[in-house]
Design a protein. Structure first.
Ligand code: NAP
Length: 496
């Protein structure tokens, strides 16, 4: 029983936003730590977050399944070494059901505004279904949730079907159609090989060639699944081995990009294996350092590009007409369906404009001048009792975001424990602590491949500043967030 159709409570101790990995993990950890008075609101109709929203053909995780699950809820039943989207969504649903927290979720409930009121030292939250007052606001609203549509002249005049990869229109049958896909990022390289066999013709519009490594996905055998089920220690050891293999990417990203040379060789070998034509090989070969943009994983993307019914278009798009895309030089390519796989809003978190802090300014206002910045990617000066999961500089280019989310959950639950045991009404990071944290991150950013690798990417904001990625190892992040450091916060006692 969920609370989607029952009235919302007037007030709760903790209001959690989002029912993806972050929101669900929060619910489980709050319940475990005895913080029982909480509600999770989710704008969508169920558990899953991005893994419910992204249902495009071929959607799968490019992080190994073993790492893409909560450490406290291993899944011995993954069918593949890289899980398909429906399995991840089902996993999250199962974890939610088993955890006994589902009755604390209100679906189809969207936050429209949250304001901190000094008078009662509470968050006053407006949703489409009513108002809720909360002592703390914990946002798990996701870094990749709002699709970014390209600003292309005439796109609104296109008469055929047009949709974003994250809002796939399953009513449109692509069989025998002339289709165009704009973008060659993580979503596109999964879509292209999935739809290529069915469509009459596919134009793939590439602005920047990405690095694509072989994914080498494989099905787990029945014996492996049995062993994982009955010997959880074995599955844990397997997960640990994958964890350390992934962590080995970090030196090449953040210390010396030359260390990533073997990965570049593997990427070039993947091109050579998948594409026989030297001309096409040259056009898909990236001209920046590997790691500067997210490294993609696929065995099937290049063979699909090389298929007879696919054209890679690298001329820039000038406009879209009622039935075609026109590129530089006036070449017009007629299409029936246009798929837009152009990514998400990342450097301005969409929720930021709705959250107003102590002086009435929104997070967006505060971040407008210098970009996103928080303390430990979690708390923000001027926004008491606000916790953001997957906040500023917590993203990863090499491993599972679930690791980062769990580190943040440990920090948040320890903060709440401190508040309860010391009878604290509000916590807010010291300005100096927040500045030092961000100065250190930006100093470390300077020599990373994301700054020096010769590409532009969604990791960088309008100022060219990397406010999205974590420039250190995941175990360092976990260590730095293992304990709530009250000494770096203003704590207001409840009786003040
Ligand atoms: P993305 O990686 O940001 O790729 C967007 C693509 O669209 C890029 O090729 C970009 O070109 C192109 N593009 C953007 N605007 C354009 C324009 N106006 N004209 C022409 N091309 C344009 O987006 P995504 O593929 O949706 O993936 C976003 C993120 O989601 C990923 O980086 C990843 O973190 C996550 N994701 C993860 C998985 C997974 O398996 N775990 C799967 C899918 C997505 P430029 O490169 O030139 O900017």
């Amino acid at each position: 029983m969920t609370r989607s159709d029952s009235p919302l409570p007037i007030s709760v101790d903790h209001l959690v936003i989002g029912a993806g990995f972050a929101g669900l993990g929060t619910a489980i950890k709050l319940a475990e730590s005895g913080e029982d008075d909480f509600l999770v609101i989710e704008k969508d109709g169920g558990i899953g977050g991005t893994w419910r929203a992204n249902t495009y053909p071929g959607a799968a995780c490019d992080v190994p399944s073993q790492l893409y699950s909560f450490s406290f809820a291993p899944n011995p039943g993954w069918s593949m070494s890289f899980s398909p989207q429906p399995e991840i969504e089902a996993y999250l649903r199962d974890v939610a059901e088993t955890s006994g927290t589902l009755d604390r979720f209100a679906f189809e409930t969207e936050l429209t505004e949250a304001r901190w009121e000094e008078a009662d030292r509470r968050w006053h939250v407006t949703t489409n279904r009513g108002e809720i007052v909360a002592k703390t606001l914990i946002s798990g609203s996701g870094g990749l949730s709002v699709p970014k549509m390209p600003d292309i002249d005439g796109i609104e005049t296109f008469q055929g079907e047009v949709f974003h990869s994250a809002r796939w229109n399953h009513d449109v049958d692509l069989t025998g159609k002339r289709v165009a896909i704009i973008g060659t990022g993580a979503s596109s390289i999964q879509i292209v090989p999935s739809i290529q066999p069915d469509v009459e013709h596919l134009d793939v519009y590439q602005r920047t060639a990405p690095y694509v490594l072989a994914r080498n996905d494989r099905r787990y055998t029945g014996v492996e699944k049995l062993l994982f089920k009955h010997l959880p220690g074995l599955q844990k050891a397997y997960r640990t081995a994958i964890y350390w293999a992934r962590e080995l990417y970090v030196p090449g990203f953040v210390w010396n990009p030359k260390l990533a040379a073997p990965a570049r060789r593997m990427a070039l070998a993947n091109i050579a294996k998948g594409i026989p034509d030297p001309g096409l090989r040259a056009r898909v070969t990236p001209d920046f350092q590997i790691g500067c943009k997210r490294i993609l994983m696929s065995n099937t993307y290049y063979p699909a590009l090389a298929a007879d019914n696919v054209d890679l278009v690298t001329d820039s798009i000038v406009k879209v007409t009622g039935d075609a895309i026109v590129t530089a030089g006036g070449v017009e390519r007629p299409i029936d369906v246009l798929i837009v796989a152009t990514g998400f809003q990342t450097t301005e978190q969409p929720i930021a404009e709705h959250i107003h802090g102590r002086d009435g300014h929104s997070l967006s206002d505060v971040w407008a001048e210098h970009g996103m910045a928080s303390y430990k990617g979690t708390t923000t000066r001027g926004f008491p009792n606000l916790f953001q999961i997957v906040g500023a500089n917590t993203g990863l280019g090499h491993s599972s975001m679930v690791l980062m989310i769990e580190s943040q959950l440990a920090y948040i639950t320890d903060a709440l424990r401190t508040m309860r045991t010391q009878d604290v009404a509000t916590i807010e990071p010291h300005r100096s602590a927040q500045e030092d944290w961000n100065d250190d991150i930006q100093r470390r950013m300077r020599r990373t491949v994301w700054s020096t690798g010769g590409c532009s990417s969604w990791y960088l904001d309008a100022h060219g500043k990397n406010t999205t990625l974590w420039p250190r190892t995941t175990f360092t992040f976990r260590r730095l967030l293992a304990r709530f450091d009250a000494e770096n916060y203003d704590l207001e006692p409840a009786d003040a």
